[in-house]
Design a protein around this ligand. Structure first.
Ligand code: NDP
Length: 276
């Protein structure tokens, strides 16, 4: 698989094309901050934006999309259902609210943000309905472990198109990645650059060898594992830096070296412990 351009994409299990690189906007303030970040990203060639109802910046994301002048069909917009809105009717309502804030006719990818305790199967039925009605091009999940995915499979014939999970060299999710590949679920990395905690000697050494930055090395490692990646930055120069990952390839040896850094270490919560 060759990934050589910022517009390169993976094809999801329902045929929808999803860019390998997107901009994350978690903890980016609504209004000017998020508008600027999205604007910078679109200017340097990003076409995918990852927001969530819980980030409270869908309005700003929508405003940036409106002003950018890029045809809607070239953009790939993801948002997520907040945990508190899980359930059939509440999902339908929450989706409408997200769509209104984003001011879009349709969303490219809608994700169940966290599995939570016991509502995700009911929630998934509402996702299937919205997908069937054409309001969402692809439906997926986030923070689902293998047992959640297996349990969802018992209830529904619609396999999630995407599973967005914490994924980086200290948490390489080897089993989950293998499982998702076998099931036709695209894995997507959140906190791909470990929230900026990139000061790791193994990564620095590889970065020096390729004349790249640690962030670029880690993001390239995602792509070569077939994982979609969505680094967040509000700084123009870093948004550009994080996109300059298509002009080099890590050797098998360096891929293996990064794989061996795994510590099953999470910067975020364990999905089994976030039960609201
Ligand atoms: P990231 O791993 O993307 O790291 C972002 C941090 O790294 C920011 O502090 C940023 O600072 C800094 N940074 C950005 N680029 C560089 C660089 N080149 N060199 C050094 N530091 C850099 O963390 P996130 O947690 O934001 O994850 C990315 C996205 O994933 C989120 O924005 C969100 O869209 C999604 N996400 C999804 C979750 C889920 O539950 N589904 C949970 C968490 C995130 P600055 O902005 O100042 O540049």
């Amino acid at each position: 698989m060759k990934i050589e351009h910022i517009t390169d994409y993976t094809v999801l299990n329902n045929g929808v094309r999803m860019p390998w690189l997107g901009l994350g906007v978690f903890q980016v303030e609504d209004g000017q901050e998020v508008i600027q970040s999205v604007r910078h990203a679109l200017e340097v060639g990003y076409r995918s934006i990852d927001t969530a109802a819980g980030y409270r910046n869908e309005t700003g994301v929508g405003a940036a999309i409106k002003e950018c002048g890029i045809p809607r069909e070239e953009l790939f917009i993801t948002t997520k259902l907040a945990n508190s809105d899980q359930g059939y009717e509440s999902t339908l309502r929450a989706f409408e609210e997200s769509r209104r804030k984003l001011d879009l006719d349709y969303i490219d990818l809608y994700l169940i943000h966290w599995p939570g305790k016991d509502k995700y199967k009911e929630t998934w039925k509402a996702f299937e309905k919205l997908h069937k009605e054409g309001y969402i091009r692809a439906i997926g999940v986030s923070n689902f472990k293998i047992h959640h995915l297996e349990s969802l499979k018992q209830e529904s014939n619609t396999i999630p198109a995407v599973n967005q999970v914490e994924y980086h060299p200290l948490l390489n999710q080897k089993e989950l990645l293998q499982y998702c590949k076998a099931e036709g679920i695209q894995l997507e990395a959140w906190s791909p650059i470990m929230k900026g905690n990139l000061d790791l000697p193994q990564i620095t050494e590889i970065a020096n060898k390729y004349g790249k930055t640690p962030a670029q090395i880690v993001l390239r490692w995602d792509l070569q594992h077939g994982v979609v990646t969505i680094p967040k930055s509000v700084r123009k120069e870093r948004i550009l830096e994080n996109a300059n990952i298509f002009d080099f390839a890590l050797s098998e040896e360096d891929m293996n070296a990064i794989d061996s850094m795994n510590k099953d270490y999470r910067f975020g919560p364990d999905p089994d412990e976030l039960l609201f």
